[in-house]
Design a protein around this ligand. Structure first.
Ligand code: ACO
Length: 323
């Protein structure tokens, strides 16, 4: 059977680093509160010349270089983002043009923080359906542009960045020993809209709007939702937590990551944590965390890697990949 195999990985971060202490004086907060409640120590914030498209392009170029490929080898670009450069055209098409790619097709996906997990799943279906052989899957965000910088309960949590994977059609025998995307589970439920949303949009206010979140409410639901999709993914693949080499969760809050890993019986040393470095970068968070663990040699070819995310909507999902 056809499998979607990881061929390359790349990432890009804005130049400017903002430490927790930099918020003191802007809003009533402290490094201690932010670290204790979230595990975040710093985040990267885009300057005026850095956008979702420019960060996505840089991550895509890095992934192509890692794969030893050029844009000519790519058939499809799927960009997960909630902070596109424009309402339309899709920022994926802008990245396609920036890469000098005038063949194939490109589109954006919007599932907020779950965007990358949704995008990997979508790319896998295009590859297995025979519509594409090589896909650039990008998660890129500039959440700093939709934050209310006077709201201490949200502005300290988010950051900007991008990560990208090249997925390529390969042969597998249908077993869990195959390399590539092996199993997945996606969910959404709009009943939770008011707990995490942006208070503007083209069809309502005609403005971009700002992120609004009832953090405590999101927190309450997060662990249960995450464990549900992960257990469904384990069941599909016929594996248990012990079979995993690495768990790469959405990087929103260290406490949510720890509680989910504990509930699932995933050993602490198998959990990749980068929320301290990047904050919550929404759809970029999983590929950024992946890129760190691949670059430092933790994730190696053949490792069994579980990706997970949960975000606005609510949306949530998990993907199991053999690297
Ligand atoms: N500095 C200091 N105090 C603060 C800050 C801050 N930056 N922000 C809030 N507080 C205060 C609150 O006002 C509150 O004060 P009060 O008790 O006097 O009312 C107190 O701290 C505690 O607030 P809580 O909201 O109860 O704090 P909690 O422990 O829940 O932590 C947090 C807040 C970090 C937001 C947490 O709830 C969380 O991580 N939630 C989930 C976020 C998430 O996972 N989002 C999903 C993905 S995001 C996406 O999809 C876009």
């Amino acid at each position: 059977m056809i499998r979607s195999v990881v061929r390359g990985m790349g990432a890009a971060l804005p130049r400017r680093i903002m430490k927790n202490a930099d918020f003191e004086g802007m809003v009533e907060t402290s490094d201690e509160w932010i670290v204790q409640r979230t595990g975040i120590r710093q985040r990267h914030i885009a300057s005026d010349d850095e956008t979702t498209a420019s960060l996505g392009e840089a991550a895509a170029r890095a992934a192509l270089a890692d794969a030893g490929l050029t844009p000519a080898d790519i058939d499809l670009i799927v960009l997960a983002t909630s902070t596109p450069n424009n309402t339309f055209p899709a920022t994926a098409v802008e990245i396609q043009n920036r890469l000098g790619m005038h063949h194939g097709f490109a589109f954006d996906m919007q599932a907020v923080c779950s965007g990358f997990v949704y995008a990997v799943t979508t790319a896998d279906l295009y590859i297995r359906g025979g519509l594409a052989k090589r896909v650039l899957v990008i998660g890129a965000e500039t959440f700093s542009r939709i934050l209310d910088w006077s709201d201490r309960s949200t502005c300290v949590l988010f950051g900007d960045g991008a990560g990208a994977l090249v997925l390529e059609a390969g042969e597998g025998n249908g077993s869990v020993d195959d390399r590539g995307v092996l199993a997945m589970s996606l969910r959404s439920d709009g009943v939770h809209k008011d707990k995490l949303f942006v208070d503007g949009g083209p069809s309502t206010t005609g403005t971009v709007g700002h992120l609004r979140m009832e953090g405590r409410e999101v927190f309450k639901h997060a662990v249960g939702m995450i464990t549900d999709v992960i257990e469904a993914t384990f069941a599909q693949a016929g594996i248990t937590a012990d079979d995993l080499d690495w768990f790469v969760p959405h990087q929103a809050n260290k406490r949510i990551i720890d509680a989910s890993a504990k509930k699932l019986g995933i050993a602490e040393q198998k959990v990749v944590v980068t929320v301290d470095l990047h904050g919550n970068t929404s759809a970029a968070s999983v590929p950024l965390a992946l890129s760190v663990a691949v670059a430092d040699g933790r994730i190696k070819k053949g490792d069994l890697v579980l990706l997970e995310a949960m975000g606005g909507g609510f949306t949530w999902g998990a993907v199991l990949v053999r690297w």
